[in-house]
Design a binder for this molecule. Structure first.
Ligand code: BG6
Length: 478
């Protein structure tokens, strides 16, 4: 691997920061997403958060309280030898309602201290500007990204953070998993549906507004600091055809396009032909501004970041479709060649190499793996230790596939930040029990626990991987 390869870890404010009422922060959409049976309908925009029972529990309001523990957490990341750390800003911490004239100084100061702490250890910050959270006021007043007005609010937010952190941050990611807007519209983009609304029209209008906002942010970023590197972010994982039946192959191409659509615009600067035809077929008419095409064309991203947990599989045959994977918001037929996690996510390390190659062939821009990992139940031994060999095995296999893509296929890769390097709230289920971390956090699904941090077995393992720049995996022949 290259000398300056960015080994690190990733988290997001919405799942670890907490402090929902501290530092003059405004309410964010994530504060209204409950744990339990109502979670999915709220995230999908099908159920209104205002109609939830009073005793609902909202796990992200406190999360793992990184707001008050960040110094301790960053010290642990430094101990593992992190070269970079991906995290997100909470938009409503900086603009509590999204519309203030001036940014909330307490919010900016919090992130400044946070970034200074990273820089103290030589850890490069990688900032996601919008990760599954936005000021609730923008949802209530404008119906979120359905309305172009929110583009201006986003650009104002970007302006404040780009100027404040002009000399401290280089890597920025505009929207986390932008394609998740299609699957979890409220969580992804604050979208709720009213009865009779054409959901496809709403989703693609919101997508257009986000794509324009992302391009405008890219333009602004390069004006403020030409050295800034701006990335888009995709929930990746190729769709495999279940069989070599040409119908399955064609179906897999169509499914992949639903996801690539976003990156095609952000990396190539225009709507792909297949999307324009799909809009015609579906009767989707986008409200656009006179300069949108030019902005999209002129301000494409510098790098492409993505999350990879699993490949997906698609079939046109009825009998195959009945066997679909559970626990994953993007529907997939079960692939008989793969094992699965306790949450039904199929495990496919070679699929990471496939994804890296596909994305690099398609875009020829530097890539960045900003999420990968295994959500698993950890069991405390009598002495309090956690022997998470299952997590080590998962990561080891994926890192090996990543190294092959770089060393043998020539993919240009900036870095690797496994997800949830410290345990945090699961986005899909709201659980604490679904853990990804090298660092254990004492907290359970109902919110009980001391929040005490401790090192798992994988902590030392990852430390060695980083220290050897991945070589330790090759030597062990594992
Ligand atoms: C990605 C998100 O979808 O996957 C993260 O960007 C999320 O926010 C991660 O946490 C893992 O998913 P989950 O549902 O296991 O938390």
């Amino acid at each position: 691997m290259r000398e300056n390869f960015l080994w690190g870890g990733a988290t997001a404010a919405n799942q670890c920061e907490g402090g929902w009422k501290e530092g003059n922060r405004g309410i964010g959409t994530v504060d209204m997403i409950p744990w339990g049976e109502n979670r999915l309908p709220v995230m999908q925009g099908e159920k209104d958060y205002r109609q939830l029972p009073e005793d609902s529990y909202y796990p992200s309001r406190e999360a793992i309280d990184m707001y008050n523990h960040y110094k301790e957490d960053i010290a642990l990341f430094a101990e593992m030898g992190f070269k970079c750390y991906r995290f997100s800003f909470s938009w409503s911490r900086i603009f509590p309602t999204g519309e203030e004239e001036k940014a909330n100084e307490e919010g900016l100061k919090f992130y400044e201290d946070f970034i200074d702490e990273l820089l103290k250890y030589g850890i490069e910050p990688v900032v996601t500007i919008c990760h599954f959270d936005m000021p609730l006021a923008l949802v209530e007043k404008y119906d979120s990204w359905k309305n172009r007005k929110v583009i201006d609010c986003f650009v104002k937010y970007c302006d404040a953070i780009f100027r404040r952190f002009r000399d401290k941050v280089t890597y920025w990611i505009t929207f986390n998993e932008i394609n998740m807007l299609l699957h979890l519209p409220f969580m992804g983009a604050g979208i709720r549906f009213s009865e009779g609304e054409n959901e496809m029209q709403v989703k693609y209008q919101a997508a257009h507004n986000e794509l324009v906002a992302s391009a405008m942010a890219t333009r602004l970023a390069h004006q403020i600091n030409p050295d800034f590197k701006i990335g888009c972010m995709l929930a990746a994982g190729n769709f495999y055809p279940f069989s070599c039946n040409p119908k399955d192959v064609w179906e897999s191409i169509k499914k992949d396009r639903d996801n690539y659509f976003f990156i095609d615009v952000q990396a190539r600067g225009e709507y792909p032909a297949y999307a324009k035809k799909m809009f015609e077929r579906e009767g989707i008419k986008l409200e656009t501004g006179p300069e949108d095409d030019e902005i999209l064309k002129e301000h494409t991203v510098d790098f492409i970041s993505f999350s990879y947990y699993s490949s997906r599989c698609v079939s046109t045959a009825e009998e195959a479709i009945t066997e679909s994977t559970s626990g994953n918001v993007m529907k997939s037929v079960k692939n008989p060649y793969l094992k699965e996690s306790e949450w039904g996510w199929q495990i496919d390390p070679l699929g990471l190499r496939v994804t890296l190659n596909t994305l690099y062939d398609r875009y020829q821009k530097p890539l960045f793996i900003v999420e990968n990992g295994l959500g698993a139940v950890d069991r405390l031994e009598e002495d309090g230790s956690i022997i998470d060999d299952y997590r080590i095995n998962y990561l080891e296999e994926h890192i090996k596939a990543m190294i092959e893509a770089v060393d043998e296929d020539g993919v240009d890769l900036l870095g690797y930040t496994p997800w949830g390097c410290i345990d945090l709230v699961s986005a899909s289920t709201g659980e604490m029990k679904k853990r990804y971390g090298f660092i254990y956090v004492d907290k359970d699904n109902e919110g009980n626990g001391s929040l005490k941090r401790s090192r798992k077995k994988s902590f030392d393992w990852y430390k060695n991987v980083i220290a050897s720049n991945g070589a330790v995996l090759k030597e062990s022949g594992s």
